[in-house]
Write a protein that binds this ligand. Structure first.
Ligand code: AMP
Length: 328
């Protein structure tokens, strides 16, 4: 079975965009591949989070991924900083990664531009740590968005370079895994194209019913259709896209007909949408709360994940040490 590994950036609570754009696919993938998921807390240090921030976000991610249906028996979920052999591989890879090529990585240049006071070495070597995370398990596939494509290229370059320098056929080249054919782009509620944390237009999986209703009722609309069967403008299409995700076909068809007949009342559509989003989120929200209230369980899951990931990485590192010329 092919190995798939995916890192999760600890950037806060999961929203509907994360769910339909990524997490839902992870839940399906765990049945088809040998999957591992890790919480990239070392990577997050580039922005200097507080210790409390780190502790809280690790707990939150664990609880939310489990609540969405990641089954740790099928797919271990571990915290990056629990798997120390990866650090050793990071060091080895850094010895064969060149300043020029690291400085040319677009995301590094972007960060150097947007946070000129904090252009740290961790940012520069982000691609080598990412490569170490994946190569340590000799994974075949990595689910990534377009923004990670260059890091994937670097990862393959480091793998090839290692093989060439030591004249071995040891690392295989991990491939990007695009699940975009199943994933949808979830729109925001403010008329903007995409739901996203930085856009402040998110519905979070942990939002309670009142919060969901308030957010949906405030969604941007227009003054209504001016012709029968007209193409919907983006702000309205966004609401229908959300309906498609969380409502029944009948509900969708009902409002679609009303739009086409120019009898639609957006208030009714929003009420229904809020109710359906809530019905979708409620069971996930309950599970999130249950997991968050069960710290012992979360700790156990993280420990089990760490054991499995450490075993897998240590196996690779034993061979890597020996190839390089160290005692293994
Ligand atoms: P982020 O938390 O923004 O780093 O997003 C993590 C992942 O969630 C992304 O790589 C996407 O796969 C997915 N994602 C985030 N926002 C959306 C959205 N509005 N629509 C679809 N997928 C999304």
């Amino acid at each position: 079975m092919e190995k798939v590994i995916s890192g999760i950036r600890p950037t806060g609570n999961l929203h509907l965009g994360n769910y339909f754009g990524a997490v839902k696919s992870f839940v399906q993938m765990q049945n088809e591949y040998d999957c591992m998921f890790f919480i990239a807390d070392w990577h997050s240090l580039t922005t200097h989070p507080t210790p409390e921030n780190i502790r809280r976000s690790v707990r939150t991610i664990l609880a939310e991924y489990l609540a969405c249906g990641i089954d740790p028996e099928k797919a271990p979920i571990y915290v990056q900083s629990d798997v120390k052999p990866v650090l050793e591989l990071y060091l080895f890879l850094n010895m064969n990664a060149y300043l020029g090529e690291l400085e040319r990585v677009t995301s590094f240049k972007e960060k150097a531009r947007t946070q000129p006071d904090n252009v740290n070495a961790g940012l520069l070597t982000y691609p080598t740590l990412m490569a170490a995370d994946v190569l340590a398990h000799k994974a075949d596939k990595v689910p990534v968005g377009k923004d990670q494509e260059q890091n994937m290229e670097m990862m393959r370059l480091f793998a090839r370079r290692f093989n060439r320098i030591y004249q071995v056929d040891f690392f295989r080249e991990p491939q990007s895994f695009h699940f975009t054919k199943d994933a949808v782009k979830v729109p925001g509620l403010d008329g903007s194209g995409k739901m996203g944390k930085s856009n402040g237009n998110c519905i979070y999986l942990c939002d309670d019913e009142a919060t969901i209703r308030k957010k949906v009722m405030k969604a941007v609309t227009d003054s209504g259709p001016t012709e029968r069967n007209q193409t919907k403008p983006e702000v309205i299409q966004n609401l229908f896209t959300l309906l498609e995700l969380v409502s029944t076909q009948d509900t969708y068809d009902y409002f679609n007909d009303q739009y086409n007949q120019m009898t639609i009342r957006y208030g009714d559509l929003k009420k229904q949408l809020a109710a359906d989003i809530n019905a979708f989120c409620a069971p996930i929200r309950e599970r999130i709360l249950d997991f968050q209230n069960n710290e012992d369980y979360l700790l156990r899951i993280a420990q089990q994940g760490a054991e499995r990931a450490t075993e897998s990485a240590e196996k690779t590192l034993r061979e890597v040490r020996s190839i390089i010329g160290f005692r293994s």
